[in-house]
Ligand binder design. Structure first.
Ligand code: KIV
Length: 281
């Protein structure tokens, strides 16, 4: 039986269900196809692609065209999971008009079913207008990477009374503006638990403890593709960097020793055909 396509209302309805929401990042067709063949609910074309795929230090240089390009590739591989595209830095902060136009491009040109943007009350007008245009919005509060310079680094947010009060107000403002789900990133579990309890929409945590309505990770972190990156909130379910490095080393050795390609990887002419080829008949 073909698995059912995951929809925005189905994700919103998980708030009242026992089943947690599972989400992972995807940036290309091959990964999207593999991830989609599991029961993962959401594929996020995150602006983390700036760091993971493009090798930048942060997400700030990612453009809307970059996200559209990657969303198109992910969409070709995803038949079932909900594809959500991130709005990159400076693609929605300037004005409500800018936000609606750019969110529309992610849906129309990228093929995403929903968009995600960072920030709380200060982007509530943008969220409201995007939702009014018929585009589902996922919110994102806490350690929002686009504000890395304001935070002075990738630091857990909401540790002080005032800071946690602000994040709670932001979550409520976003819910009022119409988001269908909310990413809670880099905050104490106690705060994430309280927000999850207070909201009618589901929360999806990353570095926010176990009581959210779902969890999201960067796929490359979960698969251990970058040996140099091992933050506390990531669990590596595989160590693919070792697998890849070993496979490539073996390939290099076998090419040098002429063990590869073997007869099983080689095309040959039929017996006697070589003579005909050489004599032209
Ligand atoms: O860009 C991203 O990948 C994200 C998630 C990790 C939440 O925003």
């Amino acid at each position: 039986m073909k698995n059912q396509t995951v929809t925005v209302p189905a994700i919103a309805a998980r708030k009242k269900s026992e089943k947690k929401i599972t989400a992972l990042t995807a940036y290309d067709y091959s990964f999207a196809k593999l991830l989609d063949s599991t029961s993962i609910d959401i594929l996020l074309v995150g602006d983390s692609l700036g760091m993971v795929s493009q090798g930048h230090e942060n997400t700030l240089s990612v453009t809307l065209d970059d996200v559209i390009y990657h969303t198109q590739a992910v969409k070709r591989g995803a038949q079932r999971a909900l594809v959500v595209a991130d709005m990159p830095f400076m693609s929605y902060q300037v004005s409500v008009e800018q936000a609606v136009t750019n969110a529309g491009r992610l849906i129309q040109q990228g093929g995403a079913a929903a968009i995600k943007l960072e920030g709380g009350a200060r982007v509530a007008n943008q969220v409201q207008s995007i939702v009014q245009a018929g585009i589902p919005v996922m919110g994102h509060v806490g350690l929002t990477p686009q504000s890395v310079h304001q935070f002075g680094g990738y630091k857990v947010q909401g540790k002080s009374f005032l800071d946690s009060k602000q994040i709670k107000q932001d979550a409520k403002a976003l819910q009022k503006a119409g988001i269908f789900s909310l990413v809670l990133e880099g905050m104490p579990e106690e705060l994430a638990t309280e927000i999850t309890h207070d909201l009618e929409i589901p929360t999806i945590g990353i570095g926010a403890g176990s009581n959210c309505d779902g969890q999201i990770l960067v796929t490359h972190d979960l698969l251990g593709l970058n040996p140099d990156f091992a933050p506390k909130f990531v669990k590596r379910y595989a160590q693919l960097s070792d697998v890849i490095q070993n496979a490539v080393s073996e390939f290099v050795d076998e090419v040098n020793s002429e063990a590869f390609p073997g007869p099983e990887h080689t095309y040959n002419l039929k017996k006697g055909a070589l003579k005909q080829v050489n004599h032209g008949n």
